[in-house]
Design a protein. Structure first.
Length: 439
């Protein structure tokens, strides 16, 4: 407030002074407020962003310097609920009041939506939402996992739909809390439990609710668990307009829990139609194959070899005839040649034998003469005798004979049977000095 204001209260102020007084008064304190964005002006080249916020009873123009706006990280859109921190100020040349914004953030659900949007951008940049990463659903799953609240309406809707459309499937239910601070951890554990139990596809569902109620399905850890689960995940979270990060990373996103159940369960009519189509395709394929086989058999049956069986071995039979003719001509020629060779060989053997015989005859004569000289018979013919004991062994020493033993004495022209009455052994003295006693 101007220093001389109190001193000159009776004097009127100029417009500039009055605005300066109001400006100083407004800028002396900071205000935090919440309002809905009603209009935004962020044109290229501007040094500030201009926008208005309102509530049910009033509207207020705002401005925020560009460097502060970029630091806030909020992309203002009409309809956003925002929380502002700043002070009122006056633009004197126009006599216009503005709210000079220092701090900007989304308020309530708006802030949550910003967090979700930033996380979605992060996961999208990592490729978790790419279509080529998503897994196809099994056509006729035998085991379906179901992760949801065991007390909500969603579980009944899903079970009723599966029972009506596809009663052959076995449903493995993991009941967990779907709201609250600890819900994401429970949902992750339930997903892994039904996967480990053998589920071929998993339904992750819950009924409708506010944006805050659905926040567990915007959890980063849950999103990564869905993407890496290893089996297809189908989400049915909330109602048609609701879209969570879990929906974005899931392999298939259905609008409601019932729609999720319908996604993994074929109807009897569709099964019957598919079976009819497959049956027709199979019938056509078999018919075509049989026709081709018959055509091939007909082509083979028309071959000459089947019309005249002799054609099968015609070439071989002719070859045998040729070989037989050649053999019959070759055998006499070979026999005559072999006879001549055999006669030559016989003559050579005879000549070689005749040349070798005299030498062997001389050697034989010499051997026979020597053998004759060494023969015992020749020795006996000279007056010697051979004595043999009762066993027929030649008696070589008197030590082998006892008195009264019977011995045979062989002479040149016969044998003598003798009984030993006297034994006298020859020594060197007998030979040198007198010989044997003649008794």
């Amino acid at each position: 407030m101007p220093e001389d204001f109190e001193q000159r209260q009776d004097e009127p102020l100029s417009v500039s002074a009055a605005l300066a007084l109001a400006k100083k008064s407004l800028e002396s304190f900071t205000v935090k407020l919440i309002g809905e964005v009603s209009e935004v002006s962020n044109k290229p080249g501007y040094k500030a962003v201009y926008f208005s916020v309102k509530d049910s009873g009033a509207s207020m123009p705002c401005m925020m310097w560009l460097n502060r706006y970029k630091s806030a990280g909020v992309d203002l859109r009409v309809g956003m609920l925002v929380e502002l921190t700043g002070r009122f100020t006056l633009y004197a040349p126009k006599g216009r009041m503005n709210f000079d914004v220092f701090g900007l953030s989304l308020a309530g659900e708006g802030n949550l939506r910003l967090q979700v949007a930033n996380l979605a951008k992060k996961l999208e940049a990592e490729g978790l939402m790419r279509p080529e990463r998503k897994k196809p659903l099994p056509q006729l799953p035998e085991r379906i996992g179901l992760v949801t609240s065991p007390r909500g309406a969603a579980v009944h809707d899903v079970l009723r739909t599966l029972r009506r459309r596809y009663p052959l499937a076995r449903v493995m239910l993991a009941g967990v809390a779907v709201e609250g601070e600890h819900a994401p951890a429970g949902l992750i554990a339930a997903l892994e439990a039904v996967r480990d139990a053998g589920a071929e596809v998993v339904l992750l569902v819950r009924g409708g609710g506010s944006f805050e109620d659905l926040m567990p399905f915007n959890d980063e850890a849950l999103a990564r668990a869905i993407a890496s689960l290893g089996v297809p995940v189908v989400t049915g979270i909330g109602h048609e307009p609701d879209t969570s990060i879990a929906d974005m990373v899931a392999d298939v996103r259905a609008s409601t829990p019932t729609a999720a159940a319908e996604t993994v369960s074929p109807t009897f009519e569709s099964l019957e139609g598919e079976l009819d189509i497959e049956g027709s395709n199979l019938s056509r394929a078999l018919t075509t194959r049989i026709e081709r086989a018959l055509s091939a058999v007909d082509r083979i049956a028309d071959r000459p070899v089947f019309a005249d069986p002799n054609m099968l071995f015609a070439v071989e039979a002719q070859s045998l005839d040729l070989f037989e003719d050649r053999l019959q001509r070759a055998i006499p020629i070979n026999l005559d040649r072999d006879r001549v060779r055999l006669a030559h060989l016989e003559e050579r053997v005879r000549s070689a034998g005749a040349a070798m015989l005299p030498r062997f005859e001389n050697q034989l004569a010499m051997g026979a003469a020597r053998l004759h000289d060494l023969s015992p018979l020749t020795i006996l013919s000279r007056g010697y005798a051979i004595a043999k004991d009762e066993q027929g062994s030649i008696v070589k020493s008197v030590d082998a004979i006892r008195l009264d033993d019977t011995v045979q004495v062989e002479v040149a022209d016969g044998r003598l049977g003798c009984t030993v009455e006297k034994i006298e052994k020859i020594t060197s003295e007998n030979i040198l000095f007198g010989g044997l006693d003649e008794r």
